[in-house]
Design a binder for this molecule. Sequence first.
Ligand code: SF4
Ligand code: SF4
Length: 294
Amino acid sequence: MNNSTHLDSIQKEAERFLREDPGNLMGSLVREENKEENSDDELIWATPLLGVARGDDPIFLEFRDRVDARHWTPAEAFAAGGYDPAPAEELSVVSWILPHTPVTKRDNARQREWPSERWARSRIFGEAENNRLRDHMVEFLKASGHGVVAPMRLKGWTQMPSDRYVFVSNWSERHIAHACGLGTFGLCDGLITPVGKAVRIGSVVLRARLDPTPRPYTRYDEYCPFKTRGKCGACIKRCPAGALSERGHDKRLCSAYLDDATAPYVAENFKFTGYGCGLCQTSVPCTSGIPKIQ
Ligand code: SF4
Ligand code: SF4
């Protein structure tokens, strides 16, 4: 099996899983006005986009400076899964982008203060499905004979306080996707990918040498015209919490809004335990692609 065939088979399996797994169904949208358009087979995630980085790519050591000294390299993540240490060059990282569907993006684009129900469901039940996809890809690749871990599913995965970034994790899915050629960071900290910024992200590390996906950028924030040329800034106006400004993303304000304001809103209006916002990811030039702002 050659390497490109292998990524192709991983892509096909991820697509099959998301098409057939009942966990990728949106579920009942409880409000009467949504009933006509919500079918029982409405999917949460659209077709995933995948990319690969080599385990010995120097960018993973750069993350020690750019993110946090405690951020795992692929070799550390692999060993944290209980495997014997593997040479970094024998490992590959596969990252996937799960795009919100057009109807979910449309619903949230109409919102000014609160998340739409589809968005909140995708944030909670969709991330649960992302976890099932992580677990499934581990089983699928193990069955193909590979040692493999989904770092975010390991006991050692953790979020930590950070002097520079308020909080960080030791495996940042957005940074991993950036390493895998899938996008660059926007003003609001989201990853702008070829299918936009309204996405969730996942990854696995496996013992196999796959062809890396080219990174068609040299800057970590190349796709955001505000970061490169001071143009756009649409996400600043979208934020109901005042958490975005020309200086970037205030994680404390954002997190307080999610926990203290949107959680009660979701419980009262949508009748489930959760939270969500994503207003900065919708109705902006980078929602569904790389912005074309001159
Ligand atoms: S909305 Fe504009 S400024 Fe904000 S991240 Fe997207 S491209 Fe950058
Ligand atoms: S998720 Fe909501 S609160 Fe947080 S930065 Fe985006 S718009 Fe603001």
